[in-house]
Design a protein around this ligand. Structure first.
Ligand code: ADP
Ligand code: ADP
Length: 232
C-alpha cells in the first residue's frame, strides 16, 4: 500500500545541512498497522510529511496504492491527498465549528451534496462513538473525544491510508488505550491501512503488526513487532 524506496530529505539552513531522512526504504502492506518509532529529531515528522505530500523529498520514491506521489503536479497532488487521512497529536479541530461541522468540512471541500454529507457524517460519528455529540463544540469535549472527531474527519473521504502523527501523545493512559482500540476496530472493519509515528513503545506493542525503528534519519531495524522486539 505504501512503498518507499531510498528516500532522503536534506534540509539546508544557515547552520548547514541536516540529513533528516537518509536513504529510507520500507513497505507497508494493505490492511496492516505499521508503526515507526524513534526519539525526537529522528526524522519521523519529516517522513510522514513526505508521505502526506506536505514536503518534497530530496531524492527517492514513494508509492501510495501504486501511484508515485513524489512527482505529482499541484492538481494531481490535491486529488491524491484526499486518499490519505491524517490525525494529529493536538487534534487540529476547528474551534468555531461543531463536531458535525468538523467532520463535514473535508466533504464540503470535496463538493459532496448536503444530504450525502449528513448521512456520511452521522455514520462516521456512530463509528467513533460520538453520535450524541454532533452539536457540541471542541471546547466542550475531552481529549479522547476530540481525537475521535479527528479520526472521523480523517475517514470522511474514504482514504486508502490513515497516517497518525503522535496521535495519543497528548492523552492519558486510559484514553490512549481506548483510542488505540478504536483504531484497531476501524483497521479490521474497513481493512484500512494505518501508519503511525510515535515515540511510545506502548503504541507499538499494543496495536502494530510491523515496526520500523528510526534513528538519525536511518531505519536501524524493521520487521514484525514480535520479531523486532523480543519478549522477556
Ligand atoms: P521527529 O519527528 O522524529 O522529531 P523531525 O522529522 O521533526 O524528527 O526532524 C528530523 C531532523 O530534521 C531534526 O534534526 C530537525 O531539526 C530537522 N528538521 C526538521 N524539519 C526541518 C526544517 N523544516 N528545516 C530544517 N531542519 C529541519
Ligand atoms: P515534532 O514534535 O513533530 O517533531 P517539531 O517541533 O520538531 O515537531 O517541528 C515542528 C515543525 O517545525 C515541523 O514542521 C518541522 O518540520 C519544523 N522544524 C523542526 N525542526 C526544525 C529546524 N531545525 N528548522 C526549521 N524547522 C524545523
Amino acid at each position: 500500500m505504501i512503498q518507499i524506496k531510498e528516500l532522503s530529505k536534506i534540509y539546508h539552513s544557515g547552520a548547514g545541512e541536516v540529513k533528516a531522512l537518509d536513504n529510507i526504504s520500507l513497505h507497508v502492506k494493505k490492511g496492516e498497522i505499521y508503526g515507526i518509532i524513534g526519539f525526537s529529531g529522528a526524522g519521523k515528522s519529516t517522513l510522514i510529511r513526505c508521505i502526506n505530500m506536505l514536503e518534497k523529498p530530496t531524492s527517492g520514491s514513494i508509492k501510495v496504492n501504486g501511484q508515485e506521489i513524489t512527482t505529482l503536479d499541484e492538481q494531481a497532488l490535491r486529488t491524491a491527498r484526499k486518499k490519505i487521512g491524517m490525525i494529529f497529536q493536538h487534534f487540529n479541530l476547528l474551534s468555531s465549528r461543531t463536531v458535525f461541522g468538523n467532520v463535514a468540512f473535508p466533504l464540503e471541500i470535496s463538493g459532496v451534496p448536503k444530504d450525502q454529507i449528513k448521512t456520511k457524517v452521522n455514520n462516521l460519528l456512530e463509528l467513533v462513538g460520538l453520535a450524541d455529540k454532533a452539536k457540541a463544540y471542541p471546547s466542550q469535549l475531552s481529549g479522547g473525544q476530540k481525537q475521535r472527531v479527528g479520526i472521523a474527519r480523517a475517514l470522511a473521504n474514504d482514504p486508502a491510508v490513515l497516517l497518525c502523527d503522535e496521535a495519543t501523545s497528548a492523552l492519558d493512559p486510559a484514553t490512549t488505550h481506548s483510542i488505540l482500540e478504536l483504531l484497531k476496530d476501524i483497521n479490521r472493519q474497513l481493512d484500512l491501512t494505518i501508519l503511525m509515528i510515535t515515540h511510545e513503545m506502548k503504541v507499538i506493542s499494543e496495536i502494530c503488526d510491523s515496526v520500523a525503528v528510526i534513528e538519525k534519519g536511518k531505519i536501524i531495524e524493521e520487521g514484525l513487532v514480535i520479531d523486532v522486539f523480543t519478549q522477556p
